[in-house]
Design a protein around this ligand. Sequence first.
Ligand code: FE2
Ligand code: FE2
Length: 333
Amino acid sequence: MAEQTDDAGRGGSLTAVQSPEEAEGQRRFDAIIAEDSRIEPRDWMPEAYRKSLTRQMSQHAHSEIIGMQPEANWITRAPSLKRKSILMAKVQDEAGHGLYLYSATETLGTGRDTLNDQLLTGRAKYSSIFNYPARTWADMGAIGWLVDGAAIANQVPLCRASYGPYGRAMVRICKEESFHQRQGFEILLELSRGTEAQRTMAQDAINRFYAPALMMFGPSDTDSPNSQQSMAWNIKRFSNDDLRQRFVGMIVEQVKVLGLTLPDPELRFDEESGQWKHRDLDWAEFKRVVSGGGPCNAQRMARRREAHEEGAWVREAAAAYARRQQAEKEQVA
Ligand SMILES: [Fe+2]
Ligand SMILES: [Fe+2]
């Protein structure tokens, strides 16, 4: 999800003046990338690579954390105990994804406090999709099926990202995301087999989340200047459009099982180009929502700041505990 807002880093191999150590580091870095191997935290890496990854990974972490909100709103209103416990587990998984990703980002040298500060002060972005409201229970289905589904399509190739800690975090995250997608699909399936009102509610949720989910892959490659550098560094493996195509191909089949439809009269497979043709996406809306003008941006940020303040005592207690442990260790030594 992070690619859509990632406007970081160009350059890399073409640093102007390098010391002999840097030149050697660059040579090793280039060789590791060329053999499609992994860069680890202690390896030398170009500043632009470090910066670009820090931005992408932290935006990804922020998206996981903010992404908990639309669904957390429904935990108390889940229609049964079973649904409530599944939804709680799912939202908790997202918190875990945020934590793995913050930890992985910290290995690049930027501390958690700084990353958090960037989010709370609005300097860092997160995925635009979480700025849309979750209006009905069926939205839990549409979010799981479409939003987590798009996340999987985006993230499976990131398991092979050249930066070791990122790739390894993604492996575990993707396993959990596939459970999320299934639980969303299953909610929609049950509603689609229910009463007329339930079918209508399921269809309405799909209608609202279809276009924003397609936009999760980011603008077309021609409007995504950093994609190429990211691909040259083996962070990104497929272009935004390629990933969107795969996703569309997948949901076209799955929606048939639901007996529902995608809100896109223009959707068809074009034999000639081998591409899915879908309706035009509103990129002006995308830009507006990602930069703060969506229906729920203010609410999401206010809630996050509030949660951060409410959690101050936990951070203080953890720091005091760590200090005491350290002092006891020193005494023993
Ligand atoms: Fe997640
Ligand atoms: Fe998820």
